[in-house]
Design a protein around this ligand. Structure first.
Ligand code: SAM
Length: 267
């Protein structure tokens, strides 16, 4: 997976992603990252990349020419004139909201180009020509596309095979199947008089799995009813099985109770 970032602040991207798991993945060449300075491609003799918007209004706009030429240079380098053009993601508050499912989908690509806007954004004409995906990281406005790009690269990289040391850890996390992750505990067993739930110490993997799913469901129901409803819609059989199991358990307990009452009478 090769990430190419078109930005006015390349050092922000390179420094921001150079540590921990993503830094390690880069060192191992599982992912590569290049930050291309859009300013290097301006034909303006003063190295200007922005200008006033036509029609007036606040702020400056990034101009089409340097953005287009920076993109063209990257595409030519990747493709050497052949193959399909890589997807170009423009980070914008006006885009589709970034989700885990998108991270998974983008992780299938070999190359991704990110375009970071700044100031009031970018001249619409160049966006029309080069952008394939408009993505927002949430309903708020940031000063530039660099932080959203880093957020996306981090989330996408985690979905690239080999980036996480344990494949499991990417698969059972929050959002992997609409559900938020269950609570987790580490040593010591008691901390601030709070005990780790007994079932997690039982060594019974089936019970642990059941408990975790229950916890995930409860958390998701409380915090994200939208996701919970989606899960319920796709997992009707879970509730049927659960109801059957509970009915069996009730019957067993009734039988046990009846037997003990009979024994008491005989005595
Ligand atoms: N004038 C633009 C608008 O109202 O849609 C906002 C421009 S914003 C100040 C500057 C740049 O930051 C944008 O071009 C975009 O690249 C980035 N940006 C800001 N908020 C963002 C968000 N929520 N998600 C993704 N990118 C964002």
């Amino acid at each position: 997976m090769n990430f190419h970032v078109l930005t006015l602040f390349p050092e922000m991207i390179l420094q921001g992603l150079d540590t921990s798991i993503i830094g390690r993945a880069m060192a191992k060449n599982i992912i590569t990252l290049e930050a291309v300075n859009i300013r290097d491609y301006t034909t303006n003799k003063h190295k200007k990349v922005d200008d006033y918007p036509y029609g007036g209004g606040a702020g400056m706009l990034m101009q089409a020419q340097p953005v287009y030429d920076a993109w063209k240079a990257v595409v030519e380098k990747i493709n050497a004139g052949k193959g399909k053009k890589p997807r170009v993601i423009y980070l914008t508050p006006q885009g589709k909201t970034f989700r885990q499912s998108m991270a998974r989908e983008f992780a299938e690509e070999e190359n991704l180009i990110f375009l970071c806007g700044h100031y009031e954004g970018i001249d619409e004409r160049v966006l029309e020509e080069i952008v394939t995906d408009y993505v927002s990281i949430g309903d708020y406005v940031l000063t530039g596309g660099e932080l959203p790009t880093m957020v996306m690269i981090d989330a996408i990289s985690r979905m690239v095979p080999g980036v996480l040391s344990n494949k499991e850890s990417g698969e059972s996390e929050s959002f992997s199947n609409y559900l938020l992750e269950y609570p987790q505990y580490s040593r010591p067993e008691i901390w601030h008089e709070k005990r780790v739930p007994e079932v997690l110490l039982s060594g019974d993997h089936k019970k642990v799995e059941e408990w975790r799913l229950e916890q995930s469901l409860e958390r998701t129901r409380k915090a994200r009813s939208d996701l919970y409803e989606k899960w319920v819609e796709e997992n009707q059989d879970y509730f049927i099985k659960k109801a059957k199991k509970e009915a069996r358990q009730r019957k067993k307990e009734q039988k046990k109770k009846a037997a003990s009452e009979k024994n008491t009478c005989i005595l």
